[in-house]
Write a protein that binds this ligand. Structure first.
Ligand code: ZN
Length: 70
């Protein structure tokens, strides 16, 4: 396994990291790539702010906790 990630791999990891916690080794490699790559740092920040925005959406927009009005 190559230690250095390609940008494509880094993007994949950032996306996966949104849904589940990455293994320590994966996170370390991702952090290393982010420390060297401005493009992926920007991508990572966009994903983080996107996730933050999703959290702040009103709950009734979520499909899993549907609440019909009386
Ligand atoms: Zn990159």
């Amino acid at each position: 396994m190559r230690f250095l990630l390609s940008c494509k791999q880094a993007h994949q990891m950032v996306s996966e990291g949104m849904d589940r916690r990455l293994p320590f080794s994966a996170r370390t490699r991702l952090q290393l790539h982010l420390s060297m790559c401005k493009a992926c740092t920007n991508f990572n920040q966009q994903m983080q702010s996107l996730r933050q925005a999703m959290r702040e959406l009103p709950r009734h927009l979520g499909s899993d906790q549907r609440q019909d009005p009386p």
